[in-house]
Ligand binder design. Sequence first.
Ligand code: G3P
Ligand code: CA
Length: 365
Amino acid sequence: MVLLRLLLACAIVPLAHAADPSPAPAPLPAKLVIGHRGASALRPEHTLGSYTKAIEDGADVIEPDLVISKDGTLVVRHENEIGGTTDVASRPEFAARKTTKTIDGQAVTGWFAEDFTLAELKTLRATERIPANRPANTQYNGRYEIPTLQEVIDLARRKTAETGRTIAIYPETKHPSYFKAIGLPLEKRLVEALHANGYRGRKAPVFIQSFEPGSLKEMRIMTDLPMVQLMTSKGQPEDWRLAGDKRGYAEMATPEGLREVASYADGIGPTKEMVIPRDASKNLGTPTALVRDAHAAKLLVHPYTFRPENPFLPMNLRGSEPASPSQRGDLMAELKAYLDAGIDGFFTDDPGVGRAAMDAYGMKQ
Ligand code: G3P
Ligand code: CA
């Protein structure tokens, strides 16, 4: 474990442009606070406001999920359906764009990023996705645009220069098989954008992530940038389903499956329950062998998603009103249990709490 940490500390060094005379910023820490969709517990997700707050609160990494505009620009949304996180439904000029599509085998009704040009997307404003859990975030409805990947990269680089801390990015290809099928593949655009911005090599401050191994393997041919295979406790990757492959994430998470992942990726991003399941009382149970098995395959482990509100916490770490959807509980205690289980970082919607937990654990920036 000590050797692994040393290797990780040495492996992650900051982005540097050959032509950039500014001093190299600090290396990334060995264990990472990843701002999930920014600081999405405190600002509408996937906005520059959310990413800025995440960095101010101590995130080492900010996470943009990627979809694409009609004219081929990578933009930052968790879903290509944008009715849930923007004001598009209130825009009469776009009423006729509402439609139903099949995305990864599921019928979805709404407005879709790929049916809008970038200029049209830029007229929209972000809204809070889960106002019942995050009522305070609605005060920011209407303030922020949908960012492009380039704007997130620019923010990370500017904040790296301002703070002297390396702010890494963690872009995710969303629904990559779907986008390939409609003629708007994400992979080449993402790799070219990263390379054009100076992200090169296994030590660059970026982690490319995807639920679909085919998306990562395709990019592995184009780049040696760090990659992370996402997984869930149920189901299977969409590209495996489309190929008729009967295996699922359960097989991917076995020692044999992890060795296969290690042939193209540098880490895994499992659900937090795959690392520490809940017991019959919905409290934290006993850690699984996943961290040990992943480390044996030389894979980092970055579980998701650590959220401060009661519904997302183990029962015994919820606040005084366990049924409240918006009350905050003891996220610090949950994170400590996971750090004790040996993880190498975590995706959290509240990077300020994540930073405090990491500092308390003894992992300074
Ligand atoms: O990428 C880590 C985590 O974000 C995966 O889940 O659905 O929040 O993108 P999701
Ligand atoms: Ca994500």
